[in-house]
Write a protein that binds this ligand. Structure first.
Ligand SMILES: [Zn+2]
Ligand SMILES: [Zn+2]
Length: 287
């Protein structure tokens, strides 16, 4: 065999091998010492911390910088208006730093093996005193699912199902996918997802306590629209569980006048404004 051919043939298996078993962390670029199909080092996997807040809504658990947006029952304006659709919402951490990176690699990098560690975060965020009869992943429009090759919410739902021994039911479908949510006001965002979901004919949701799963809670408008469909189909109670959530304490300041609660997707999250606002938040300029 000519030397050039032999050299290239030898390269192929090693290229395949590093695809299956990556050799450096996709977050911090440190070398991976153990053979793993997860391209992230153990230190980066351990970094995301649970979200802590002194003030948060008793219903959707949105964190706030003060008690000002909460009523006497500790409920925020959106939940008070019944606009959230779900009865409770839990998330593991804030959508920033390593957690944000992990979700990004999982979702857009197609690293499906991250479902397991991210599923572990979900199970930590889920209160132990709650019981559920069915797990429903937030559905994706078939075209989007076909483009991505998977629905990240389905993979996460399978993980949490394995951990809490509750069956997954794809009881809802997404019937349309309108344009991007970025740049829209809260009302427009909600309008944008109105009618986006439909319960399947034999959904088996009547009287059930449902655990709705998604990766990120950005505005809540999409999850809310889905929760409303679950409720209309007869679900007795809907709890939303996500790995991360956009931190309202960060965006509340600059967007206060726009009545922006979180929607849109992570890629469209206004990063520069968020970090600028975080500085304001740290200085306590939130009113
Ligand atoms: Zn790392
Ligand atoms: Zn709330």
């Amino acid at each position: 065999m000519p030397a050039i051919v032999r050299k290239n043939v030898c390269k192929i298996p090693s290229a395949c091998f590093s695809q299956i078993f990556p050799d450096e962390c996709r977050i911090c670029a440190s070398p991976l010492k153990e053979l793993s199909r997860i391209p992230v080092c153990p230190a980066c996997l351990k970094k995301p911390e649970p979200l802590h807040a002194e003030y948060y809504c008793a219903c959707c658990r949105t964190p706030f910088l003060s008690a000002y947006p909460l009523d006497e029952n500790g409920v925020c304006g959106i939940c008070r208006r019944g606009a959230s659709g779900f009865d409770a919402a839990y998330s593991y951490g804030s959508h920033e730093d390593e957690l944000r990176e992990l979700i990004h690699i999982f979702k857009y990098g197609g690293v499906q093996t991250l479902a397991r560690p991210l599923g572990k975060f979900l199970s930590i965020a889920l209160p132990r005193d709650q019981s559920f009869q069915v797990i429903v992943p937030l559905p994706m429009h078939w075209r989007k699912r076909w483009q991505r090759g998977f629905n990240q919410a389905e993979l996460l739902a399978a993980e949490i199902s394995r951990r809490i021994a509750v069956p997954v039911q794809n009881a809802v479908i997404r019937v349309h996918q309108k344009g991007a949510q970025a740049g829209l006001t809260n009302a427009k965002r909600r309008e944008n997802v109105t009618g986006a979901f439909r319960a399947k004919r034999r959904h088996g949701l009547a009287g059930k306590r449902v655990l709705l799963i998604d990766d990120v809670l950005t505005t809540g408008a999409t999850a809310s629209a889905c929760a409303k469909v679950l409720k209309r189909a007869g679900a007795a109670h809907v709890t939303l569980l996500t790995v991360s959530r956009a931190d309202r304490r960060i965006v509340a300041i600059d967007y206060k006048g726009l009545d922006l609660d979180f929607q849109g997707n992570e890629a469209q999250f206004p990063e520069s404004i968020a970090s600028r606002s975080l500085e304001h938040a740290k200085l306590g300029s939130f009113t």
